[in-house]
Design a protein around this ligand. Sequence first.
Ligand SMILES: [Zn+2]
Length: 123
Amino acid sequence: MEFWGNCLYPQVSCRIEGDVIGCSYCHCIRCRQFSAADHASNLRVDSQAITWQAGEPLVRCYKLSNQERCRNEFCSEVGFIFLAAGSLVHEISVVPSDHNCSASRASWSCFDHTLLRHDEYAG
Ligand SMILES: [Zn+2]
């Protein structure tokens, strides 16, 4: 599978070549703050599968020092966040399977009760 993501600033884009390992909604406070939304729609892919096609010098990475998995790569010109499901240019056939950190869900968040729910991060 190959798919692309790009910023609103068209000079920055990436390609992901490989399978999506998983897709889930995360309601933890970090994901809500990173995405400025009620939850993040997170894709899990092998980091080796990602190549920057354009604008890599403009890409910055923010990683919390005490968190192994929690990091964001974003365009320094626009602030656009890459590698979230919403950053992809093309529709993908992966459907979110579960809600992570549902115990942290904001009371005003929309919520699909048909998916598996985990109070904490379950991967
Ligand atoms: Zn999260």
